[in-house]
Design a binder for this molecule. Structure first.
Ligand SMILES: C[S@@+](CC[C@H](N)C(=O)[O-])C[C@H]1O[C@@H](n2cnc3c(N)ncnc32)[C@H](O)[C@@H]1O
Length: 218
């Protein structure tokens, strides 16, 4: 994620609760921005050509993608399990002048249920639940896609670049193919690939891959 370029992954190598809300609440508690606020590269690549409608961004963090979508004309719900993250995102949306096209939903993606809600676009970037949990999260997110709508799931592909991270963090990464079994009937996969991207962390530039799944509900 462009937001990831601030590179906080290296700081939580040993954090046992990095997959739980508490560590994210702490991370978002201060005044300093955690992420860059720029939209993620694969979001821009895949969504710029779509007709705006309703969108859900799960794991929205500080709201960079929500704000970009709202500026493109989408009506966007930003969802995250961190109250501090959502409060920051709402503040940024206000500052960006898009609060009339955004709302916020506190939800844990691992137990998320769309219920009666459905969206023309459901997107998530760098959520990384533990132990292969992205497969189940993707299945839940797919349920929230309206007929004719799109699902975009992006995360880190495992890479030598991440060898210094904890094994649990590395196990949370995935390739797009891992997610295919979670697509319900009636979905057509459009993009299933690891996309190269150059990023900079702590002044060092290196190449990583964004695992990218784009699917359309027919
Ligand atoms: C690495 S950040 C990415 C933020 C944003 N999507 C971006 O790309 O800039 C991961 C975000 O997912 C949220 N998150 C992690 N696990 C979650 C879960 N199980 N349910 C909901 N949100 C979660 C965190 O609070 C955090 O805001």
């Amino acid at each position: 994620m462009s937001g990831h370029d601030h590179g906080h992954e290296h700081n939580d190598e040993e954090a046992p609760d990095m997959f739980e809300p508490s560590s994210w609440e702490e991370r978002y508690a201060g005044e300093e921005k955690v992420w860059s606020g720029n939209p993620n590269a694969q979001l821009v690549a895949e969504v710029a050509g779509l007709t705006p409608g309703t969108a859900l961004d799960v794991g929205c963090g500080e709201g960079g993608d929500v704000i970009w979508l709202a500026r493109q004309g989408w009506r966007v719900t930003g969802a995250d399990f961190s109250t501090n993250g959502l409060a920051r995102a709402a503040r940024h949306a206000e500052e960006a002048g898009v609060s009339d096209r955004t709302d916020w939903w506190q939800v844990d993606a691992r137990t998320f249920a769309a219920g009666s809600r459905s969206y023309d676009l459901v997107t998530t970037h760098f959520l990384h639940p533990p132990d292969g949990g992205m497969v189940e999260v993707t299945r839940r997110l797919a349920e929230a896609v309206a007929p004719g709508g799109h699902l975009l799931v992006v995360g880190h592909a495992p890479s030598e670049v991440f060898t210094q991270l904890s094994s649990s963090h590395r196990r949370a990464m995935f390739v797009a193919e891992d997610l295919l079994p979670s697509l319900p009937a009636g979905f057509e996969a459009i993009v299933v690939e690891q996309r190269p991207r150059t990023t900079t962390r702590d002044g060092v530039t290196f190449d990583i891959h964004d695992s990218t799944l784009l699917a359309r509900r027919t």
